[in-house]
Design a protein around this ligand. Structure first.
Ligand code: PEP
Ligand code: MN
Length: 364
């Protein structure tokens, strides 16, 4: 299913953009000085296009810093006046949205905890009606692409056309390297369903630690994402929220220097010709793969009928264990990734068992 929503490209609201969309600024605005000092340094880097600063902070547990509130909006106005950068903040309810629009913010974003709640998103969308603000929608904390799409649709139904999706990772169910694990599959699914929706990445909230910002940012560009939102603080060690994942504007510049920006295609006919040739080979191999799988299915079915006629179970654990061991070893010799081979044969085997149980349940 493809949804052709009427969504503007980034260039429609940022005509001078000549690089991926980079949004940078502190996790939380803490004081007028911190907001402005950070902004002045960031604005010197011409790769930064939008300044961010959280004023209402949705915290998972009570008791941590919950943001400076509405006063922060006036600091964002000052940042905009002084640096000329468009400014944005996160809104978590209708009242925040009203205040942010009244303060003339250019960008507002719906945070991951809010996207997870359709009522909250609808409440925000109702306030947004008639506004020309840019609205960014972070993925919900749980890896539910439908919920993410639903939030985008609600904002779109409110008449908003400047929409951007932000991938900020999902809450892990166990300790992982990253604070929120990225799920690039979900991003691909969103891109496939809403092809004209710009999608950017928030490596800061995926990483949780500044040392991982570069690798996640590069991965985002490798996946064809159109920009980044990165948290930057004048003095990260003193930050009142998300201290471990923020970087100084200077360190942000260093990360940007190292990143290789990739484009959907290269302006080079030789590149396109060679890519076409390689893709034709892949297409031919894929069709052979499918034909082989289909031959395999025929034999699986024959075995199923044979087992049924002899009252033997569809699943034989010993055979399965041996098969898996053998395929993994074979895969290793062929330089295939072990996990990949395991998952592939789990799928193939699962489907074989499904077919055989179906055959067994058929009338003889
Ligand atoms: C943020 O951007 O500061 C933030 C709280 O993000 P998220 O909603 O992704 O946790
Ligand atoms: Mn943060």
């Amino acid at each position: 299913m493809t949804l052709k929503l009427d969504i503007n490209p980034i260039k429609a609201w940022l005509p001078h953009i000549d690089n991926p969309l980079l949004i940078a600024g502190p996790c939380s605005l803490e004081s007028e000085k911190q907001a402005l000092d950070t902004a002045r340094l960031l604005a010197k880097d011409k790769r930064v296009f939008v300044y961010r600063g959280g004023v209402w902070k949705p915290r998972t547990r009570p008791g941590s810093f919950e943001g400076v509130g509405s006063v922060g909006l006036s600091w964002l106005q000052k940042v905009k006046e002084e640096t000329g950068l468009p400014v944005g903040t996160e809104v978590a309810n209708a009242q925040h949205t009203e205040e942010a629009l009244k303060a003339g913010l250019d960008v507002i974003w719906i945070g991951a905890r809010s996207t997870a709640s359709p009522f909250v998103v609808q409440e925000i969308a109702d306030v947004l009606k008639g506004s020309s603000a840019v609205v960014m929608i972070k993925n919900p904390v749980n890896p539910d692409v439908q919920l993410w799409m639903g939030a985008i649709e609600r904002v779109h139904q409110a008449g908003i056309r400047n929409i951007v999706a932000i991938h900020r990772g999902f809450t892990p169910f166990r300790e992982t390297k990253y604070r929120n694990y990225p799920n690039w599959k979900t991003v691909i699914e969103l891109r496939r369903t809403m092809p004209n929706l710009p999608i950017i990445c928030d490596p800061s909230h995926i990483a949780g630690k500044r040392e991982y910002l570069f690798e996640i940012s590069q991965k985002a560009f490798d996946m064809g994402m159109e920009g980044l939102m990165l948290e930057s603080h004048i003095d990260p060690s003193c930050a009142m929220s998300d201290a471990a994942q923020q970087v100084t504007p200077a360190d942000l510049g260093k990360i940007l220097d190292k990143l290789v920006i990739r484009y959907e295609s290269a302006d080079n006919p030789d590149f396109e010709n060679r890519l076409d040739m390689l893709r034709n080979r892949i297409d031919a191999i894929d069709s052979e793969l499918l034909e082989m799988l289909s031959s395999r299915v025929e034999i699986v079915k024959e075995i199923g009928a044979y087992k049924r006629d002899n009252n033997v179970t569809a699943l034989q654990i010993n055979r399965w264990t041996q098969l898996m061991e053998n395929r993994v070893n074979l895969g290793k010799k062929l330089d295939l990734d072990e996990t990949f081979v395991k998952i592939l044969f789990q799928l193939i085997h699962e489907d074989s068992v499904r077919m055989q149980t179906e055959i067994m349940d058929e009338e003889k």
